[in-house]
Structure formats: structure tokens, C-alpha cells
Design a protein around this ligand. Structure first.
Ligand code: NAD
Length: 377
């Protein structure tokens, strides 16, 4: 089959779905690869590098979509200016699409796939099971985001992170608070520690306490009266009562914190508000909040997408942090998507495989994922 790698068209997107170094995974399976001109340019990969790995370079998205039997992307399909149509409509009959479909924020992309003779897999629905770890792009992108959130916060802060004893006096370490210690949060803790900050963190899943401490951070103790973890290991939505107690515990820390990284989320829900406007007023002038749950509404009452400043505090609602680190983000994403590719596109597709079944959202025009069907209903 012909496998197409288009240039991403979402604003500020710099990643590419497959880097040249991973093309051999696809060509070894006897598929041909077509790459749209400049597809990897923003991530530093030239057309020549793709051509050297055996890819055919095509000049336009029109040529790519006309030829490709399988399209591998990063961002959900969207309206394409030069194609004059939506990417979902540009797929040829019988084609397969593998990408992040982000149905909640992009219902149109799914609606336009519905009823068409196409099949689409969502990288965001790869089940978080051991066998699928190497295909888990949500986790790898969250790792990149957790790292970048700290680097961005450090950049905004008028302070350094580590304790420094110098001839010009002693500089105390900065205090960093990380709320939510899933994949992104744990990486944020590790990054802040590496830079020398004093780090505290909280997550309502009791099992996470040990992981926080193993990274050298202090767990914010509070009375946990509810089990925050589902049988599948995911966080569940906490009660209003719990959130109130959590806000009280966080409020006690805020006056001495320099940087807060918020990452709290519950799958499929709006992000919980952990920091109210009153709490932001308690923070000292010049302190910073990087809220990476901004796409789900944010973990603070004042989060907006991008940078704002309120009550002397910089609040940055960070969206698409991985696009700010396109080389490694593309490299990690490529590994995830080509591993999934290898599993799906064997001689015949094994529709009984838990990973294939779980990640398929549209099968020959039918929306087969119940959650997604409800979103677009
Ligand atoms: P995850 O599911 O692994 O982690 C979320 C964590 O939040 C879980 O550990 C959960 O227990 C915790 N949580 C739930 N309720 C909480 C509460 N009331 N208080 C504190 N913690 C709570 O998710 P992840 O992969 O680490 O992603 C975290 C967030 O980052 C998500 O919102 C995700 O969409 C976002 N993200 C943003 C970017 C970006 O570029 N901005 C990139 C990747 C991920």
C-alpha cells in the first residue's frame, strides 16, 4: 500500500508524524512511502533525508491524498486551504487514517469521516495497557509537555532554581509546586528537581505518593477520604467536598511558591479547578503558573490559552507544548505511530486485537467508539 505523510496544517504545529529515520519500519513491510514537500521542515527534517530513505516526495497535499492508501498524521483532520476541502474529505475511498482525532475539540473531523468509506484510528485511544506502552503517544507527548512546562516557567521567573552559595551571597532555591502527578506531572517534578528547585507535589491517587517521593519531591499531605483511582488505574472525578479540602491544602503553600505547574485531569472531563482567583491573590508578585490542562478548561479559575498576568502573577495556559520541541516530539511520536502501524497493517487487520479495536474510532464510515459517537450525536 502507499503510505502518505502530509505536512501538518494546524496553526503553530511543527511536528511531523514520521521522521526519516523511522521510514524503514514501513518500507520493510513492503509499503511505499509518499511525503508531502516540506512535511518535516519545521522539525528540521529535509525532503532529501526522506528521499534518501526511499520516500517519494510529492509537491502538494492534493497529490498526496489522491495517492495515499494510509495517511499518518499528528493533528486531527481539518479544513485545508490549498486543497479547498477538509482533510477528512480528501482521503480516498477505502483509505485509512491514523492520527490524534481529538473528538471533543474537533467533532467536525469525525462528522466528515462518518458515512465515508474510510477507517480512522485515534492515537489518543490507544489503550493504556502494558503491551501498548510503545504506542502510547498521549504519554510520550505528556512527557515532552511536562518537561517544557518547567523550562517555560523557569524562563518567566525572575529567579534561578538552584541554591547557590556565591561570593555575592547565598541565593535560596526556588519553590515549585506540581499539581497532578500523572505522566506530565511526574516529568515536571523530575525536570524541576534536575534544575535544582525545591519541589512539592500532590495527586489524589494514593499510589502516586511513592512515585513523587522517589523523584526527590515532597508529597503535599492532606486527608484523602476518597479513593481517587478506578480499577483501571485512572483517576476519577473528585467530589466538590474533596476539591474544597484540596484547595485549602494548596492555599497554605501558595504564598511561598515561585512556580506552580498544574496538570490535573480526569479522562473525558473538564479539568478540575484547583486554584481560585482568591488563591492566586495569595501568591507573591512575580510568581508563575503554567497550566497545561488549559485545553480541558484549565486548573485555575483565571486560565486562558496563552499568557496572561493577573494580581502580579503570570498565568500561562499552555497549549501544544510538544510543538515547541519538534525534534524530540516528532521522534517520540514517530516511534509510537510506527509501532501501532506495524500492529495494524499486517496482511489482514486483526479486529479482535484489543489495541486495534480500542484505537479504531471510525470503521468504514461507521463511528464504532461509543464515547465518540456520543460526542458527535
Ligand atoms: P494523566 O492522566 O497521566 O495525569 C493526570 C493526573 O491528574 C492524574 O495523575 C490524576 O490523578 C491527576 N488528578 C486528577 N484529579 C486531580 C485533582 N483534583 N488534583 C490533583 N491531581 C488530580 O495525564 P497526563 O498525560 O499527565 O496529562 C496531564 C494534562 O496535560 C492533561 O490535561 C493533558 O491534556 C495535558 N497535556 C497538555 C499538553 C500541552 O501541550 N499543553 C501536552 C500533553 C498533555
Amino acid at each position: 500500500m502507499k503510505v502518505g505523510i502530509p505536512k501538518e496544517i494546524a496553526p503553530n504545529e511543527t511536528r511531523v508524524s514520521v521522521i526519516p529515520g523511522m521510514l524503514n519500519v514501513i518500507t520493510k513491510m513492503n509499503h511505499e512511502v509518499i511525503v508531502e514537500k516540506d512535511a518535516g521542515a519545521m522539525a528540521g527534517f529535509s525532503d532529501q533525508q526522506y528521499a534518501d530513505q526511499g520516500a517519494k516526495i510529492v509537491a502538494s497535499a492534493k497529490e498526496l491524498y489522491a495517492e495515499a492508501d494510509i495517511v499518518l498524521k499528528v493533528q486531527p483532520p481539518m479544513q485545508h486551504e490549498s486543497l479547498g476541502k477538509h482533510e477528512s474529505e480528501a482521503l480516498k475511498d477505502g483509505a485509512y487514517l491514523v492520527t490524534f482525532l481529538s473528538p471533543a475539540s474537533n467533532p467536525d473531523g469525525i462528522k466528515k469521516l462518518k458515512g465515508r468509506k474510510v477507517t480512522a484510528f485515534d492515537m489518543g485511544f490507544v489503550p493504556r495497557i502494558t503491551r501498548a506502552q510503545s504506542m502510547d503517544a498521549l504519554s510520550s507527548m505528556a512527557t515532552v509537555a511536562g518537561y517544557k512546562a518547567v523550562v517555560m516557567g523557569a524562563d518567566y521567573l525572575g529567579k534561578m532554581f538552584p541554591l547557590m552559595m556565591t561570593a555575592a551571597g547565598t541565593v535560596p532555591p526556588s519553590n515549585v509546586l506540581v499539581l497532578g502527578a500523572g505522566v506530565a506531572g511526574l516529568q515536571a517534578i523530575a525536570t524541576a528537581k534536575r534544575l535544582g528547585a525545591k519541589v512539592e507535589a500532590f495527586d489524589p491517587r494514593i499510589a502516586v505518593k511513592e512515585q513523587i517521593e522517589s523523584l526527590g519531591a515532597k508529597f503535599v499531605e492532606m486527608e484523602i477520604t476518597e479513593d481517587a483511582e478506578t480499577a483501571g488505574g485512572y483517576a476519577k472525578e473528585m467530589s466538590d467536598d474533596f476539591l474544597k479540602k484540596e484547595q485549602e491544602a494548596i492555599a497554605k503553600r501558595l504564598p511561598k511558591v515561585d512556580l506552580v505547574i498544574t496538570t490535573a485531569q480526569v479522562f473525558g472531563k473538564a479539568a478540575p479547578i484547583l486554584i481560585t482567583e482568591e488563591m492566586i491573590k495569595m501568591m507573591h508578585s512575580g510568581s508563575v503558573i503554567i497550566d497545561i490542562a488549559a485545553e480541558q478548561g484549565g486548573n485555575t479559575a483565571l486560565t486562558q490559552k496563552g499568557k496572561t498576568e493577573k494580581h502580579g502573577v503570570i498565568i500561562h495556559g499552555a497549549v501544544n507544548l510538544p510543538a515547541l520541541i519538534p525534534v524530540h516530539a516528532s521522534q517520540m511520536y514517530s516511534k509510537n505511530i510506527t509501532n501501532l502501524f506495524q500492529l495494524i497493517f499486517k496482511e489482514t487487520i486483526d479486529w479482535e486485537d484489543e489495541i486495534i479495536k480500542g484505537s479504531c474510532v471510525v470503521k468504514e464510515g461507521e463511528v464504532v467508539n461509543k464515547l465518540v459517537a456520543d460526542i458527535i450525536a
